[in-house]
Write a protein that binds this ligand. Structure first.
Ligand code: SAM
Length: 305
């Protein structure tokens, strides 16, 4: 099992402000960032982690079995508030998330996250919740499928692909990644094929995992659960996620949202966060050369005031 952690040193340098603090890693994955967080904490420090993926969860249990400072939950990071109650934690000194899927999920054929190999068309990180990508393609209307591909994949050919999906399913149930790949191949020029395949698979993955809504809810809860001076560090890999992180941090960094020209402030807005990275931090050429997945990474950091 392997996953090369992205912006490892940079992200944890920003995150840790207190050696004996309590930290949260919402996307434990294969424990790359979690391990580095634990390395920087002293014996009083604590790290609470979550991951939706069963294999990632089991991997982390084994990896940190001998470290009493670490606990991991098999659930979505949006449950950070319930978890903090279970663990009797009022506030965290730092909250971290490295969004999306791991290289392990992408490289494991049975996970069905890649269009490069044939597998069941599921795309759920937690196979026990929600509906699979196959159910969407077999049950949703043409308009709804086109909307998902456009909204979450920014796929320009979304209407035509959705039409072909409906035609295909009249004869055959769509249950394999190879069937979806064939449908897209029929309507996409070869030079755009890989991009279109990535966009369609990304769109379905975001939809079935409710990724954008969960990210918004996680950020809102996290801002309130940070101690003053505590930091939130988020690594994102596509523009839809990054836009949410950027906008949410920007909104929480304002102390007034009254329309311009108001003589006095009446909005009652309270500033919760202070921006630490004014521009997103991105990996250098060397890291991108070693780890292709790093090429689209953007990191944003903010601090609770
Ligand atoms: C990029 S990987 C994290 C890799 C990790 N930082 C490491 O160094 O090993 C993203 C992980 O987040 C998990 N994940 C994605 N969305 C999640 C969510 N809403 N809640 C919990 N886990 C999530 C995925 O299952 C995956 O294991």
């Amino acid at each position: 099992m392997s996953h090369e952690p992205v912006l490892l040193k940079e992200s944890i340098d920003f995150l840790i402000t207190k050696k004996s603090g309590i930290y949260f890693d919402g996307t434990a994955g294969f424990g790359g960032h979690s391990k580095e967080i634990l390395n920087r904490l002293d014996e009083k420090g604590k790290l609470i982690a979550t991951d939706k993926d069963q294999s990632a969860f089991e991997h982390c249990i084994k990896k940190f079995a001998n470290d009493k400072r670490f606990s991991v939950f098999h659930t979505g990071f949006t449950n950070i508030d319930s978890i903090s109650k279970i663990e009797f934690i009022d506030h965290f000194d730092g909250i971290f998330a490295d969004l999306g899927v791991s290289s392990f999920q992408l490289d494991t054929v049975e996970s069905g996250f890649t269009f490069r190999e044939d597998a069941a068309l599921d795309l759920r990180m937690n196979k026990d919740e929600g509906i699979s990508a196959s159910e969407i393609l077999n049950k949703f209307s043409q308009e709804d499928i086109a909307k998902i591909l456009f909204d979450y994949g920014e796929e320009k050919n979304s209407r035509l692909i959705a039409k072909k999906i409906i035609e295909f399913r009249l004869n055959e149930k769509i249950s394999r990644t190879s069937q979806l790949k064939n449908i897209i191949e029929q309507v996409t020029p070869v030079r755009f094929l890989n991009k279109s395949l990535s966009r369609v698979f990304q769109a379905l993955r975001i939809y079935v995992n409710n990724e954008l809504e969960e990210l918004e809810s996680f950020l809102d809860k996290s801002f309130s659960l940070l101690s003053p001076g505590g930091r939130i560090v988020i690594l994102s890999y596509h523009s839809l996620e990054d836009r949410i992180v950027k906008e949410k941090i920007k909104h929480e960094s304002l102390s007034c949202i009254c329309p311009p020209g108001m003589p006095i402030c009446t909005c009652g807005k309270i500033q919760k966060m202070k921006l630490i990275t004014h521009k997103p931090v991105v990996p250098g050429d060397l890291e991108i050369e070693k780890n292709r997945r790093a090429r689209s990474a953007k990191m944003r950091v903010a601090e609770r005031v």
